[in-house]
Design a binder for this molecule. Structure first.
Ligand code: ZN
Length: 397
């Protein structure tokens, strides 16, 4: 089964002009001008992409697919993510982790949900471990989990500088990073340590202590929520200059912004103005996490839920509100995370990569079509792939 997208303005994420994209067997088979297959007598689905841009499918380096926290009691446990919450907004790859609550939520549940979403139509990878330290595992260690369980590509999100974390010591974090690194090496994976960075005054000091005192490469770490404040963002620049990608969170609330959080688009614009290389910033959605609002005494005063769709909204805001170029914005929502996480065949529109493709209306950036591993999951803005039980309902009608 072949699909030929005709005449899209392709951002690979670099601007490569107007091209046709041929999809075959889940991969991008060719990108070129005026590809024609009419003479070889095969069935081809043709898509007219006039007036549309093509981007690599969005790669979300942190989504809580089984729900994240619930800091206001059991009734505030955030819900699971559904397939359509990702695909309708161009997200075709997610990396899933547990959140604040790794007691009533578990890694086996996370793995099961990841397999389910994979089956339904997106690519899902997972972090083993937990917010708290010592981290939760499925087998006997982080090393074993990453080495022996396909879906695990690293450990996270482990909390540092946060009142909800376990305050790991420098030695403990160094050991965790080495464990993840070796498990990753032996399995041909990245073995990344994905870190939730809280509001604590110490900011990223723990990472600096680890790399100064132990032979752990700084690029083993991937800190998130770096847009919590402009001070925290800038605190990460020295690490970014040594190769670390700083992740900023797209889900936010007006309350958090009024307390000094930058929106993801604003954080990207700030970092670019400050001269940071655009390849060192990524956006994650923090989808289905709880977004708690604490007062200065640490009391919970509000709670909302993160959305995977925020990745798309942040992309649109970066382009339309902050005049960031499409290639740079596409690096932030796809290419940088895929590269830094070592996700092979993700984050670029080039031959032999997975056919994870988003077509957007070029002026409004409205999502028109999405392919995920070659499967047409969104057409004319409508979901063609549905969550399993919703699909069963639709069929019975
Ligand atoms: Zn977090």
């Amino acid at each position: 089964m072949l699909t030929l997208i005709k005449n899209a303005h392709v951002f690979a994420p670099e601007d490569v002009g107007y091209q046709d994209i041929l999809i075959c067997d889940g991969r991008i088979a060719a990108i070129g001008s005026a590809i024609s297959l009419s003479s070889i007598g095969v069935n081809v689905t043709l898509i007219d992409a006039n007036g549309m841009i093509a981007l690599p499918g969005f790669v979300d380096p942190l989504a809580h697919i089984t729900g994240g926290g619930g800091e206001g009691g059991f009734h505030t446990r955030t819900p699971e993510m559904e397939l359509t919450e990702a695909i309708l907004y161009g997200v075709t790859t997610l990396v899933a982790g547990l959140g604040t609550d790794a007691t009533t939520r578990s890694l086996p549940d996370l793995l099961a949900k990841a397999h389910a979403l994979d089956h339904e139509g997106v690519s899902v990878y997972c972090y083993t471990g937990s917010y708290e330290f010592p981290v939760k595992t499925v087998l006997s260690s982080v090393r074993e989990d990453i080495l022996l369980i396909d879906k695990f590509i690293g450990v996270g999100e482990v909390a540092i500088a946060d009142h909800r974390g376990s305050h790991p010591s420098m030695h403990e974090l160094a050991r965790l990073a080495s464990d993840a690194r070796v498990g990753g090496m032996l399995a041909g994976k990245r073995g990344i340590v994905f870190l939730h960075v809280g509001e604590g005054r110490e900011k990223l000091d723990l990472i600096r202590q680890v790399i100064q005192n132990y032979p752990v490469p700084v690029t083993q770490f991937y800190p998130t929520h770096m847009n919590r404040s402009v001070e925290l963002l800038r605190n990460g620049y020295d690490l970014a200059k040594n190769g670390v990608v700083l992740d900023v969170t797209a889900s936010t609330t007006p309350e958090l912004v009024s307390q000094g959080e930058l929106t993801a688009a604003h954080a990207l614009a700030t970092a670019l103005e400050d001269g940071l290389d655009f390849k060192q910033i990524s956006f994650s959605s923090d989808g289905n996490a709880s977004l708690p609002d604490f007062d200065k005494h640490g009391n919970l005063v509000g709670l909302q839920v993160g959305r995977v769709s925020s990745l798309y909204s942040a992309f649109v805001s970066a382009v339309l509100d902050y005049n960031i170029s499409l290639p740079v914005a596409a690096h932030a929502v796809s290419t940088n995370a895929a590269r830094y996480l070592g996700l092979k065949r993700k984050g670029r529109l080039v031959p032999n990569y997975d056919a994870d493709i988003v077509l957007m209306e070029s002026k409004t950036l409205k999502v028109e079509h999405v392919w995920s591993r070659g499967r047409h999951v969104v057409a004319q803005g409508q979901a063609m792939a549905l969550p399993t039980f919703q699909a069963a309902k639709e069929t019975r009608r």
